[in-house]
Design a protein around this ligand. Structure first.
Ligand SMILES: NC(=O)c1ccc[n+]([C@@H]2O[C@H](COP(=O)([O-])OP(=O)(O)OC[C@H]3O[C@@H](n4cnc5c(N)ncnc54)[C@H](O)[C@@H]3O)[C@@H](O)[C@H]2O)c1
Length: 355
């Protein structure tokens, strides 16, 4: 392997900017090249970070730069599979952003491409690298929750459809379920010990739409988002996901709703329950016969850090030090099965049973 790990960015949009900023903080890594089908976006990002090798054609980049070691795939969901498989076939290790793919069939093809080429395929479930996840994992490993049999995950945006390709089902594959719900489905499943999903019952709605008429700004908008972009995704979803160990996850996620923003994540076990919030974490249990609420003091947490830097450092360590990947492709496939089942159940009105 070359002296510095040579990374290519595939996609030059918002999250690519975050990846580049994080890679720049990791020793032994060089952001070597960048590719985007949108030349304007490509040049804005490449100029900002001083990246000389820039391409609008992925095949050209991969054939002209055989010295590349790895890539971050940061493109529209509909192109995750194609870009990832091309990079793997060119001999690169790949970190693909969430959701892993547009559907389960694509996710399986990506996993098989990684296996065929003997390369790493890591999925960008960044919340696993959050300080809260580290603390929760630690509490769980010490058996403070006991047998976790219920989780509740809410990722509720009162007004948060980013527009652009995000609201175009052809490019995104769906709305809040596949965009933000995916984060908390994965996080809770990870903390529950990665049980296999066995069935899903879900309802999705499109009641409010993108509400472009509102005067309130929405974050996360792609650079070229315009009111003329299609708005063809759900704005609301609720789902019950059963796992093979008998545990259940209740999910609620929205882009637009007449309720406040809410990021509640709850894990409930036989010995304790845990409320995971960005501001505070509370362990609910009993002490000497009394119900007790233990507030976790996260101030000056010694292992605190930026979750994107932690995620990409892990990707680099997997490649350069042979560290076991914490976010392997197989987890991405399981999550894609859940996402597909949510949409199928919502469409048919019936529970979907998974293999
Ligand atoms: N981990 C997170 O928290 C997080 C946050 C935001 C976005 N994401 C994910 O990152 C991906 C990109 O989202 P974004 O917000 O950066 O969107 P964005 O629109 O800002 O950027 C996407 C870029 O991909 C480019 N692109 C599309 N197809 C391409 C192809 N075949 N080859 C090269 N470039 C191509 C587009 O031209 C665009 O510039 C999505 O999958 C999204 O779900 C993850």
């Amino acid at each position: 392997m070359s002296e510095k790990l040579k990374i290519a960015l595939i996609g030059a949009g918002n999250i690519a900017n975050t990846h580049i900023g994080a890679y720049k903080r990791i020793p032994g890594v060089e952001v070597y090249a960048i590719c985007d089908i949108d030349e304007k976006r490509l040049n804005i990002t490449a100029n900002q970070f001083g990246i000389e090798r820039r391409y609008t054609d992925l095949d050209k980049m991969l054939s002209e730069l055989p010295e590349l070691d790895a890539a971050s795939v940061c493109v529209w969901n509909c192109n995750h599979a194609e870009c990832t498989i091309k990079a793997l076939n060119a001999g690169l290790h790949v970190l693909c952003e969430k959701p892993m793919a547009y559907n389960t069939a694509e996710a399986i093809a990506m996993k098989e491409a990684a296996e065929k080429n003997g390369k790493l395929l890591m999925i960008g479930f960044v919340l696993r690298f959050s300080n809260e996840a580290k603390i929760a994992k630690d509490l769980i490993s010490k058996d403070l929750l006991g047998d976790i049999y219920y989780a509740k995950a809410q990722f509720i945006r009162r007004h948060g459809n980013p527009g652009g390709w995000f609201s175009d089902i052809e490019r995104s594959g769906g709305g809040p379920v596949i965009d933000i719900g995916v984060h908390v489905i994965d996080l809770t499943r990870y903390l529950m010990g990665l049980p296999k999903p066995v069935s899903v019952y879900a309802v999705t709605n499109k009641k409010l739409g993108r509400r472009d008429y509102l005067k309130n700004h929405v974050d996360w908008a792609p650079l070229n988002a315009s009111p003329s972009d299609p708005d063809t995704v759900e704005d609301f979803a609720t789902a019950l996901i059963r796992y093979d160990n008998g545990a259940v996850l209740s999910l609620e996620t929205t882009y637009d709703i007449n309720l406040p923003d809410n990021n509640t994540r709850l894990l409930c076990g036989t010995k304790g329950g845990l409320s995971i919030g960005e501001r505070e974490m509370i362990l609910y249990n009993d002490t000497d016969g009394f119900l007790s609420d233990v507030r976790i003091d996260k101030r000056n947490y010694k292992e605190a850090g930026d979750f994107f830097v932690a995620e990409l450092s892990h990707f680099v360590d997997c490649i350069t030090k042979g560290v076991k990947c914490q976010n392997p492709a197989e987890d991405g496939v399981e999550i894609m099965k859940i996402l597909d089942a949510i949409y199928e159940s919502a469409r048919t009105g019936h529970e979907v049973v998974l293999d």
